[in-house]
Design a protein. Structure first.
Length: 588
């Protein structure tokens, strides 16, 4: 999710409900040789949950674990002078670094050896076995502090091992080898069949699990967190960008949720980059046609509409005998082409920054409807709320637009460059009019910022950015680009105000659409978010004061007044915290 992506507000006092699980730590993605956008998951199974499928980079395999176990060495800690100390994954898992054995399923592969050598350099003893499960595939031996054992004795050799690394595609069921372990799946990228959830896991999910509502997952049925780090970040010991997606599981321990919240918080996961199931799975398809289908169709639709508006407008001027705008000379044709391409570029930018506010508003409404449904209400009202919440599932398709935003940016900058090109060929005479000069310079600045935004979306640039850098560029620079584009069009409209009486033109339409998006973003991010944070802060403060009050009463030796929930036959609760007794004594 990108900086302008899902937000997930972590508070240490939050102990219930959020889509989290002490189940996963997230680690790197990129293959340095082919620079493909793959992602992987470190899955910490609790109660023998289904494992997630993920991929590590070949040459960076050793460096990956170096980052995960970064606190083991003083060398890496020293280089993190101004950053909080990175917790060891093992210390978070079992609060102990005494156990130095780590199991690896995958015999003598390049990836396995890379992990083994890295572990040996950190003082660990790796134990390797075959992924096929054959009892006679290998014999026990020790080479350079690396133990090779048969599959049948691997479980016994790793009985006290907290971590199991899978480096090859296993054949058959190996769950008996990984039960109760921290499982790091690092399978070599092979075919396109690299999805987060396997078929069995998907069949167990409810329909609500597939929604994108982060807060709504408090009522769903899976608990799992996952995300990615780029190879560049791992290589340079920077672990600040970790997108996280969370689900709930129906049989999860009540203590797992706060443990995972603490787990993510202590590992300094950037909790504003929250990923969802669709993003995580579809990011593996981002080079396919499906990944760019939505922005391609959107671009064609916007361009056709802009062209039709220009043709209708030109026809109107021909009817009024005003040939100054719609004459058939080359300058007029290039002027019209410049107008169409410029409007298309701005409208695509408008759509780009409209997707996130739409999802945020839907999330906001869904969260409050769920909160309302959890209160004691009548059965009829509850049924109505359930119907409304089911209706939100139809908005799942909007979530799929998120991983296509980079295409919208690329198409937008393409039409912006065409706009400049056609404007140059139109031989437009720039007068000394202050509106026209101001509009021209603001347009140039907007184009520069849009090019910067486009470069950031390139994969080989994106993976080198930390979370804060990404958030500033995509969220703030992108929003500034949209605002400057709005001002550019506004100044053009002021210049054309006395020239054309009709407001049915591309300039006015572009201005109106960009104004709507600017207003929506201001409402969501400048009003709703601060208001929600203020309400959340007040609730935490009230709870904190209540706890202090009870502690004071306990210290003074007094017992706090009991609070009894009384419900009438119509399911209306009665407040018992009143001075008036609910029941009066009667003389028998």
């Amino acid at each position: 999710m990108n900086p302008s992506s899902y937000h997930y507000n972590f508070t240490p006092s939050e102990t219930i409900g959020h889509d989290t699980d002490h189940s996963i730590m997230i680690t790197p993605t990129r293959n340095d040789e082919d620079r493909k956008h793959s992602q992987h998951v470190i899955n910490l199974p609790i109660h023998q949950e289904d494992l997630s499928r993920s991929n590590f980079a070949d040459d960076m395999a050793g460096t990956i674990l170096s980052s995960v176990l970064s606190s083991v060495t003083d060398d890496i800690t020293t280089r993190k002078n101004n950053r909080p100390e990175q917790k060891s994954l093992i210390s978070v898992y079992d609060n102990s670094n005494d156990e130095r054995t780590i199991g690896i399923i995958g015999h003598r592969s390049k990836r396995s050896i890379a992990f083994a050598k890295r572990l040996v350099s950190y003082g660990f003893t790796p134990v390797l076995t075959d992924a096929i499960g054959s009892t006679t595939s290998i014999e026990s031996e020790i080479t350079d502090n690396i133990r090779y054992v048969p599959n049948t004795t691997f479980r016994q050799s790793t009985q006290n091992t907290p971590i199991i690394i899978i480096t090859e595609q296993p054949h058959g069921d190996i769950q008996y080898l990984t039960d109760g372990k921290l499982v790091i799946e690092s399978i070599v990228p092979e075919s396109n069949n690299r999805f987060l959830f396997n078929k069995k896991h998907l069949e167990q999910q409810s329909s609500l699990t597939k929604t994108f509502f982060i807060n709504q997952s408090r009522t769903t049925s899976m608990v799992r967190a996952f995300g990615n780090l780029s190879a560049w970040e791992i290589e340079h010991d920077t672990t600040q960008r970790v997108p996280v997606y969370i689900q709930q599981h129906f049989d999860i321990s009540p203590t797992t949720i706060p443990r995972l919240l603490k787990f993510i918080h202590e590992l300094h996961f950037h909790d504003t980059r929250v990923m969802n199931e669709y993003d995580y799975n579809n990011v593996l398809k981002k080079r396919t046609f499906q990944g760019c289908l939505f922005p391609l169709l959107t671009t064609l639709l916007v361009f056709i509409v802009a062209l039709l508006v220009a043709i209708i407008r030109c026809s109107g001027y021909e009817e009024t005998r005003d040939f100054s705008y719609c004459s058939n000379n080359h300058s007029s044709i290039f002027r019209r082409a410049s107008s169409v391409t410029g409007a298309t570029s701005l409208i695509l930018l408008v759509i780009l920054y409209l997707i996130r506010p739409i999802l945020e508003l839907i999330d906001f409404l869904s969260y409050h409807l769920h909160a309302k449904s959890n209160k004691t209400i009548t059965t009829k009202q509850n049924n109505q709320l359930t119907t409304i919440l089911k209706g939100f599932n139809y908005f799942n398709f909007v979530q799929r637009w998120l991983h296509s935003r980079r295409y919208l940016t690329w198409y937008s900058v393409t039409f912006a460059l065409l706009h400049i090109l056609f404007l140059t060929f139109s031989q437009e005479q720039f007068s000394l009019n202050r509106w026209q000069l101001s509009s021209f310079f603001i347009g140039i600045i907007t184009l520069i910022l849009l090019i910067i935004l486009t470069i950031v979306y390139l994969p080989w640039i994106n993976e080198r950015l930390l979370s804060n850098e990404w958030r500033i560029i995509v969220s703030y620079v992108g929003s500034l680009t949209l605002l400057l584009g709005f001002i550019h069009v506004l100044l053009l409209l002021v210049k054309q105000w006395n020239s054309y009486e009709s407001l049915f033109n591309l300039t006015f339409i572009s201005l109106l659409l960009s104004l709507c998006v600017v207003i929506v973003r201001l409402i969501v991010y400048a009003i709703i978010y601060p208001l929600l944070k203020t309400i959340d802060w007040l609730k935490r403060r009230r709870n904190k004061n209540s706890v202090k009050k009870n502690e004071q009463i306990t210290e003074s030796g007094q017992q706090p007044p009991p609070h009894v929930i009384v419900t009438t036959s119509r399911e209306h609760p009665i407040n018992t915290n009143t001075a008036t007794p609910l029941l009066k004594k009667t003389n028998e």
